[in-house]
Design a protein around this ligand. Structure first.
Ligand code: DGJ
Length: 537
């Protein structure tokens, strides 16, 4: 009896420690293998099927309409701001009640959160700093333009501002560490689209003095200069080294250094993945920084941000540009061996939803259109479902197989195409097979009636040499053998339509006849998941 009792106590103690750990799941973490990235949530690759609330919606009285949109969209991750002006309305006194409400409601709705720290910078300005800072412009000054004019943007050179932001942000992270053992919050955005509009940098006497000093040694390392495509001098002042890019590079370095310190301090308290989002520049024409927000992590200054702010894990593009060439270029520029691809904002237009496929296939970790809620303070608080439908139908398709998609993406098994403005067919090399994707909703793939708008999309997952998962809409997918089988007659062994459930493909039917002949399986307006096995005869 005594032995049994001791055993029972030991077993309880052991179980206690195991349950203690499982109550707090593993910390979300970004991993990188051979230049590919994954965001591990609960220990496994996770893809954020996201959506971002409007700027002024993260108030308890406004959240019902956000949750309504979350449900309509079937998203798994909500991006939502938290406001410095609300959290530290009185200097040194912190109110985390809104964060606690967000945590509780997200858990109820079974979604994860990405919190956006609207603090020193919000779209280049400092409108979210608390009133006690706004009232003391001498202590927390803005920057000065080239002609001495005031600019509505905070100075990155002021220790008082930096200390205040570090203090507030570390308090937020400390609170999250305590209040969120189950890691409902999986990432935090530090600031929002930082940089400055209407000036390339700060021209105040303090900034001018720094600008005339030597370029910091970290920026002059050969690897950083090479990444910046810099070929000229590597000695002297900013102007001497960087010429006509000096103003922008100086501001990028200054803003990134400030935010890097805020991020490092927050991470030291609670090491969640952190990112900064960019207001983009035209990715094709290498414009000067007087035509876009200067100092933020635009594509040309990614190496400066990486050197100045190593505590920031990801630099992320907010995609409001148009046209497939531009958008695909942005994805290429931000999906790098040293930078996971994550699109934290995109216009919520029907033609943007197809880029979800490209982000997944490029090994990205998440995609999120901006402004999901109706943003109306009146009674009409539900968002028309039509506005969210292009995203909802993709998320309904992807959510049950999100873990598989994230794992396949990490392994580099997925290829995707999106229809371009010319509706032209596209091919994917799959090793033993070439897939040809034609766009249109017509009967035959090879004479498909062109889509009126270029909305077609397809993803091909290579499960093994002859077995593929095909996902798409408004297109046909057909194949031909390559390599030693080139030119041979081939056939579908089996094409099944179905969906993933608990890690297994569950077929609904076998497609054949009209559904697979005439140019390959036809994908209609609703995204469909097929499993296809091919062979040569
Ligand atoms: C980009 C910003 O990051 C968002 O907070 C929001 O202001 C949108 N622009 C509005 O389109």
């Amino acid at each position: 009896m005594k032995i049994i009792a001791i055993w029972f106590v030991l077993a309880l103690a052991a179980a206690g420690s195991v349950f203690g750990q499982s109550a707090s799941t593993p910390l979300p973490v970004l991993i990188n293998k051979n230049g590919r990235h994954a965001l591990l949530v609960d220990g496994k690759p996770y893809f954020m099927l996201g959506g971002q609330a409007h700027n002024s919606s993260a108030w308890p009285g406004m959240m019902p309409q956000v949750w309504a949109a979350v449900e309509t969209m079937h998203l798994n991750t909500l991006e939502v701001p938290i406001y410095w002006e609300q959290i530290e309305a009185t200097q040194g006194h912190f109110d985390f009640s809104v964060i606690d409400t967000l945590l509780a409601q997200a858990r109820q709705h079974k979604v994860r959160l990405v919190l956006l720290w609207f603090a020193t910078w919000k779209n280049g300005s400092n409108h979210y700093t608390p009133q006690w800072m706004k009232a003391d412009a001498a202590k927390y000054p803005n920057i000065t333009g080239r002609k001495g004019q005031p600019v509505d943007s905070p100075s990155p050179h002021i220790k008082a501002t930096l200390d205040a932001d570090i203090n507030a942000f570390t308090n937020v992270m400390r609170h999250l560490k305590k209040a969120d053992p189950q890691h409902t919050v999986i990432m935090v955005q530090v600031e929002n689209e930082p940089g400055a509009w209407d000036t390339m940098r700060d021209y105040s006497p303090l900034a001018q003095q720094l600008f005339e000093g030597a370029v910091p040694a970290e920026l002059l390392k050969p690897g950083v200069l090479a990444a910046l495509n810099h070929t000229g001098s590597n000695q002297g002042s900013w102007q001497q080294v960087f010429g006509d890019r000096a103003d922008e590079y100086f501001h990028a370095w200054s803003v990134a250094s400030f935010i890097g310190k805020v991020a490092a301090a927050g991470k030291a308290v609670y090491p969640l993945p952190l990112y900064v989002n960019a207001a983009l520049r035209d990715p094709l024409t290498n414009p000067m920084a007087n035509s876009y927000e200067s100092g933020g992590p635009t594509d040309n200054v990614i190496p400066i941000w990486k050197a100045a702010a190593p505590a920031i894990d990801i630099l992320s593009p907010d995609i409001y540009l148009q046209g497939s060439e531009r958008i695909l270029k942005v994805l290429e520029l931000y999906g790098r061996a040293d930078n996971a691809l994550f699109v934290p904002e995109a216009s919520i237009t029907p033609d943007m939803a197809k880029y979800l496929y490209e982000v997944i296939a490029r090994g990205g970790i998440g995609f999120s259109p901006f402004g999901i809620d109706s943003n109306r303070p009146d009674a009409k608080r539900t968002e028309p479902a039509e506005r969210l439908a292009p995203y909802a139908q993709e998320y309904i398709m992807a959510a049950p197989m999100m873990r598989e998609l994230a794992q396949w993406a990490f392994e580099g098994r997925i290829s995707a195409v999106v229809e371009h403005e010319d509706n032209a067919k596209q091919t994917i090399n799959l090793g033993a097979w070439e897939a040809t994707i034609t766009f249109g909703s017509g009967w035959r793939g090879n004479d498909a009636q062109a889509n009126a708008k270029p909305l077609g999309r397809a993803m091909v997952v290579k499960l093994s040499e002859n077995k593929f998962i095909l996902i798409g809409s408004l297109c046909h997918i057909t194949f031909k053998p390559l390599g030693s089988n080139a030119g041979k007659v081939w056939q579908y062994v089996k094409v099944e339509e179905g969906r993933y459930s608990n890690g297994t493909f569950k077929p609904i039917r076998i497609l054949n006849g009209d559904e697979t002949d005439w140019g390959g399986p036809r994908f209609g307006a609703t995204p469909t998941v097929l499993q296809a096995t091919l062979s040569v005869r």
